[in-house]
Design a protein around this ligand. Structure first.
Ligand SMILES: [Zn+2]
Length: 114
């Protein structure tokens, strides 16, 4: 399974195991946050509908990691306090983690904040 790391001001500050941790990862657009996915096996991160980043698909190399790059300036942000229903909520981005050729392994969520 993939591990999610967030970089804030060039510092690794948050680690979550996708699938194991149901809590979504929150990123700050104004803070130039980026997310990195790391895994022991080759995996694909895919934003099926819309992506808060400049691409919607990221390949995690076996035993390595891939970075999201910056958040798009026009990405929607969530301005609500949580919890709230997250279905189709602005600033909420569901994505899938799959094997390059295989079934869905996890469908976590990223939330973009100002
Ligand atoms: Zn929200």
């Amino acid at each position: 399974m993939a591990t999610v790391l967030v970089i804030r001001n060039d510092v690794w500050v948050e680690v979550a195991e996708t699938g194991a941790d149901k809590d979504p990862v929150e990123l700050s657009r104004a803070g130039n946050d980026q997310v990195y996915w790391h895994a022991k096996e080759a995996l694909v991160v895919r934003f099926a509908n819309k992506s808060p980043f400049f691409t919607s698909e990221f390949l995690i190399p076996k035993g390595g990691s891939v970075g999201s790059g910056p958040i798009r300036p026009d990405a929607e942000v969530c301005r609500n306090s949580h919890p709230h229903p997250s279905t189709d909520h602005p600033g909420h981005y569901k994505y899938h983690i799959v094997k390059p050729r295989g079934p869905l392994l996890a469908d976590p969520e990223i939330i973009i904040r100002d």
